[in-house]
Design a binder for this molecule. Sequence first.
Ligand SMILES: Nc1nc2c(ncn2[C@@H]2O[C@H](COP(=O)(O)OP(=O)(O)O)[C@@H](O)[C@H]2O)c(=O)[nH]1
Ligand SMILES: [Mg+2]
Length: 413
Amino acid sequence: MFEGLKGKLAGVKSRLGGVIIENAEEIETPVEVTPPIEAPAAVSPPTEPADAAPDEAPSSSPADAAPGPSVPEPEKRTLSGFFRRSKAGQPDEPAPAEPPAPEPALPVTDVEGAQKTGIFTKLKVLVTERELILKEDDVREVLDELEIVLLESDVALPVTEEIIDHVRRDLVGRHRKFRESPDEIVTETLRDALLEVLGAGFDLPGYIRGHERPVRILFTGVNGTGKTTTVAKVGAYLKREGFSVVIAAGDTFRAGAIEQIDIHAERLGIRVIQHKQGGDPSAVIYDAVEYAQAHGLDVVLADTAGRFHNKQNLMNQLGKIRRVMKPDLVFYVDEAIAGNDAVIRAEEFDKTVGADGIVLTKADMDPKGGAAISIAHTIGKPLVFLGTGQGYDDLQPFTPAGMVADLLGTAEA
Ligand SMILES: Nc1nc2c(ncn2[C@@H]2O[C@H](COP(=O)(O)OP(=O)(O)O)[C@@H](O)[C@H]2O)c(=O)[nH]1
Ligand SMILES: [Mg+2]
């Protein structure tokens, strides 16, 4: 799923990490430390090999219990060591604890004075740190690249712009201590930017539990996108979640549609209410709602024929279904592989008929992910499910955190 986009995002991540490494500036921060009584033993002459220091000064935090002026050394060595490796082209590699190198000690002030005036005197040491302050120019090229990657992946233009703006706001002009790895900084920034546009998702089982039964769900959308298959998958999913389900065979328009849903439902052990082909779909759906009420069922899932807003007769029929069924939820089904077209169609559908949630099918065949990223933000309605194959279990409740973790190749936060 979304393999093309994932690969391109990995490229952007590593280049943005490179920009961070190039622009991390070295600064010197004065830090006051109070040496403990045993401190004199830890004061190393500058000529002594530096790796003698950590035995006596295991803490790398000079503010904690720093026993002498040589304490900040391990921190500096770690940073510079990390920096060297990163420059060598491995910005993603975490910095391992490395054995101290025989580098000269950090600039230290007052050492002589401290030794002369007594061990309880506070020592001022200058700790070399790296600080990150990126300028607009530093990131322009990579942000242009990210923009192209998103647009090529069919992310809608306004959504792409929001993501880019978020990343720019997050990185440019802000002072950061260079303690996190560049990869962490970049991943966190991209994660936040994507989460901002992905919306909140939709917890269907939670909705059903908190709602008067039966919950009536109408599935609509363009022919061939996977409505009937999705109705079957959602039925299977809700059964697994412990709900009782009835399906209304509301596609009375297409030859073979009733048989298709019948076969699915029989395999899944779900009851189907059906009339004959050519009948009034709102009558079938009405019967299914009555059946659910009479049997105390939790959910009615209504399949419909593929309809599109410019076919006036089908629009009228859909209006009638809405009046008769009084759906609690209208789910618009489209296919992820349609990319931006799916987003445009969903937007039109929502404006003319109204939708409460979106299902994107065939995500398993979509290398781009643009529709999944853009659709909720564009329409202001949640993406509820992703269809991920032709099997009944190939349905993922959409969660923004799961999607972002998948795209960025990280564990779910
Ligand atoms: N790969 C893949 N195929 C799907 C998915 N959902 C549906 N399909 C296939 O898409 C085709 C059309 O599905 P159907 O449910 O009949 O679409 P409908 O006309 O909207 O009812 C069928 O061959 C399905 O097996 C999915 O998530 N992934
Ligand atoms: Mg169908």
